[in-house]
Design a protein around this ligand. Structure first.
Ligand code: FMN
Length: 328
């Protein structure tokens, strides 16, 4: 499985519709689900919570939890449903997540984490991976992080996604926790340097092709979140520059395929806005971006938006394509 470039798990963003949309643009990136709590995965409506389209693959399920029995059950469920990887969230700092004892607060409990990983590894054959931070609160220490990683390695985890900033568990909101603690890429590079046998994927603040190339000299992969959500067509640059794929779909082709998906999904009961909300950034930085956003917000963002209106969307797309071609 290739993890050269992955799209980060993002709550309320990387649901199955977003992933389908992103996959229309890139065949080579690895995709992750939003974090799903173990209890929801086990007791909730599995079809709604865990379902995905085969086109999304390769795909990882990210899970939040610290109960080893539950985690191993979810790992088995993920494998049975067809996910390619199960990833444990050890990086989310939100209060709610801490209250339920998962996410970044688990960095304080390496023994518990390694027991959880060991149970997960024993219950499935797909790779069990971990997404963590470089530290938490006052702890931003290479030896601490390295020992934490070595414990997880002993339990059977070989792939680590490391968000290169520590988590502040008290006093910062989840949003502030994505910007305020300083990025420390060097610490992630050093983890890779000292652990050549592990697959280390670096995450945090990566937004340019040159940055991706430079991180790939030191790590096995990069994971990108906000940049891709805000500018999904950046994936074309990634396909071209990182994966050397020269044949890429135009925005018009992406929109056409998405409309076919939309029509099929609407017949199954999906709301138009649940799919189209992910496409706001399709014309990011292009002529026509404003028109696109306005069209979406006027016609496709309401709870009861009508699919019939979606058919007119191709006129906006074609006008935008023409305008951008003239400039080019
Ligand atoms: C809206 C939003 C939701 C997020 N949800 C999750 C999540 O469910 N699981 C997780 O591990 N990280 C989550 N993150 C963190 C991202 O995966 C990523 O680590 C972070 O955004 C840093 O990468 P970036 O600078 O490329 O965005 C979320 C981030 C954002 C912005």
């Amino acid at each position: 499985m290739k993890r050269t470039v992955s799209v980060a798990p993002m709550m309320d963003c990387t649901d199955r519709h977003d992933r389908f949309f992103l996959r229309l643009i890139s065949k080579n990136v690895m995709l992750y689900s939003e974090m799903i709590a173990t209890k929801s995965a086990i007791h909730g409506n599995k079809k709604k919570i865990l379902a995905f389209s085969p086109e999304e693959k390769p795909l990882a399920l990210q899970v939040g939890g610290s109960d080893k029995k539950e985690l191993s059950e979810v790992a088995k469920i993920a494998e049975d449903i067809g996910y390619d990887e199960i990833n444990i969230n050890l990086g989310c700092p939100s209060k709610k997540v801490q209250k339920n004892k998962f996410g970044a607060c688990l960095m304080k409990e390496p023994d518990l984490v390694s027991e959880c990983i060991s149970e997960m590894v024993n219950s499935c054959k797909i790779p069990v991976t971990a997404k963590t931070r470089i530290g938490f609160d006052d702890t931003e220490d290479f030896d601490y992080l390295n020992k934490f990683i070595l414990k997880m390695k002993k339990a059977g985890c070989k792939t680590f996604i490391i968000h290169a900033r520590k988590a502040i568990l008290k006093g910062l909101s989840p949003k502030q926790n994505l910007n305020i603690p300083k990025l420390n890429y060097e610490m992630v590079y050093k983890i890779k340097e000292k652990n050549q046998d592990l697959e280390i994927v670096i995450n945090g603040g990566i937004s340019k092709i040159e940055e991706i190339k430079s991180h790939l000299k030191k790590c096995n992969g990069v994971m990108i979140g906000r940049t891709i959500y805000q500018n999904p067509y950046f994936l074309v640059d990634i396909e071209r520059e990182i994966f050397n794929v020269q044949n890429h779909p135009t925005r018009e082709e992406v929109a056409e395929k998405l409309l076919q998906y939309l029509e099929k999904e609407v017949k199954l009961g999906t709301k138009v806005n649940h799919i189209m909300r992910h496409t706001v950034g399709l014309y990011h930085g292009q002529i026509g971006s404003k028109n696109w956003k306005r069209y979406l917000s006027d016609n496709m963002m309401a709870r009861d938006s009508d699919f019939q209106k979606a058919k007119h969307i191709m006129t906006i797309v074609q006008n935008n394509e023409k305008a951008n071609k003239i400039i080019a």
